[in-house]
Design a protein around this ligand. Structure first.
Ligand code: PGA
Length: 254
């Protein structure tokens, strides 16, 4: 497939996988995906597996991401992990504002923006998640919700940093539910996000930002989703937990 922007497909393991299980998974992915050059492949294990997974993928085309991080650099924040600590394990990406964190940890757009600023300060690329609830879609508020999450979650970033930020559009009703957005529904929101980026920054920036789709991506629906002109990759949850399903998503996307 010929696209202006290189695809980026990330697996979000969420709170799954021991160190041994994580190593089995990445060792299998390394075998399956060694020849892939067309896609940036990212795995996002839980913190406890970062060290070992980082060593296992050193000599591969798989890169490492974290699932969240603190907005602070260091200090008295019990249980938190700073960007600089992630860098010790060669982490290059960090998911910010996943809908589960917005919901369970009550993360606000302002907090996500502060984390994005801290991520860029440490040269980590944030994957900033936005997405509407089912009732918001059904009441015709999808675009308003996405616009306000996007603007709020990128606040304080320089234009150069926005360009190096990945946006993940994840409709909340599609996450872990098996209900995938149709390729057209995904494309419509991705195009809307790009038009907002043009309005907030400029067209050159909006053309360069990569926008991932997330929510029940599987090997069987990946190709059609990835073919949409404004879909530049995927953020995969459940199907990223198995060697076969995650590697098939990547192979089917090329
Ligand atoms: P899912 O999760 O692929 O299991 O729907 C996606 C995500 O939450 O990133």
């Amino acid at each position: 497939m010929d696209k202006e922007r290189k695809l980026i497909i990330a697996g979000n393991w969420k709170m799954n996988k021991t160190v041994a299980e994580g190593l089995d998974l990445v060792n299998g992915l390394k075998r399956e995906l060694a020849a892939v050059k067309e896609v940036d492949i990212i795995v996002c294990p839980p913190y406890t597996a970062l060290s070992e997974v980082s060593k296992a993928i050193l000599d591969s085309n798989i890169r490492l991401g974290a699932q969240t991080m603190s907005e602070h650099q260091n200090g008295a924040y019990t249980g938190e992990i700073a960007a600089g600590m992630l860098k010790e394990f060669s982490v290059r990406y960090v998911i910010l504002g996943h809908s589960e964190r917005r919901q369970y940890q009550k993360e606000s757009d302002a907090l996500i923006a502060a984390k994005a600023v801290a991520a860029h300060a440490a040269a980590l690329k944030p994957i900033v998640c936005v997405g509407e609830l089912l009732e918001e879609r059904e009441s015709g508020r999808t675009e308003a919700v996405i616009a306000s999450q996007l603007e709020g979650s990128l606040k304080g970033l320089t234009r150069a940093q926005v360009e190096e930020t990945i946006i993940a559009y994840e409709p909340v009703w599609a996450i872990g539910t098996g209900k995938v957005a149709s390729p057209q529904q995904a494309q419509d929101v991705h195009a809307f996000i790009r038009s907002r980026l043009t309005a907030l920054y400029d067209e050159a920036i909006s053309r360069r930002v990569r926008i991932q789709y997330g929510g029940s991506v599987k090997a069987s629906n990946a190709r059609e989703l990835m073919q949409q002109p404004d879909v530049d990759g995927a953020l995969v949850g459940g199907a990223a937990l198995e060697i076969r399903s995650f590697s098939d998503i990547i192979k089917n996307s090329i």
